[in-house]
Design a protein around this ligand. Sequence first.
Ligand code: G3P
Ligand code: CA
Length: 252
Amino acid sequence: MPVANPVVRSALIAHRGASAYAPENTLAALEIAAGLGARWVEVDVKLTRDGQLVVIHDDMLERTTNGRGAVALHDLALIRQLDAGSWFSPTFAGTQVPTFQEVVECALRLGLGLQVELKPTIGDDVETAEAAIPLLRRLWPQGRGQLFVSSFSVRSLCAARRLWPEVPLGLASLLAPADPASLLAEYGCQVLHVFDDMLDEHHLRRLQASGVEFAVAIINNPDRARYLLANGAQSILSDYPDLLTTTSLRKL
Ligand code: G3P
Ligand code: CA
């Protein structure tokens, strides 16, 4: 049964922007996602040592920048000097790690829906929400919709709920829980995200029967995407914003 009033009215959320075509979690990744027809993007928000917010996935700088060490042990000024594009392609050399504010403003400018994943370094779960949520609440136009805050961290989600009672929340889980509706209710969440690596038919049927709004990550195969969407998923997260529309995309 379709979800009556879903938070996300789009079959696809561009995972970390157009992360197959641009360095993930950058302004370029959002712009390319929008250019390829994405209506929603997902980004990861993390706290720096000096309490600033940047958009980056990993706890450590190495994979997606030319820096070294933990994001949480560096100040914003240093992180902004790093190159977050060359690891992906020389075309993107000089791309900065964006601030959270830049990303929110970029999503609004591009007319995108936004999934803000609170990505604490384990230990600063509450602090991450306490920095991100008031800023997001100030920047996001009241009544615009097309926004939800997600996390694997229930501590971050509880803090987000305290700071912004009305914002839709999404809980990320590796495995589909035994009772999805009860789990979402326990944390005041509207959406559940699960991972395809851990999703067998039994767990998919359980999600479908629960009636909750759920999305599946990370789907880069169009046939799998269509199967999940036909079997209860409200959306899929994909590195390819054009996964469901392109005719030339190679089967992965
Ligand atoms: O919402 C789920 C998705 O964002 C999780 O994937 O690896 O980007 O945190 P990851
Ligand atoms: Ca994420």
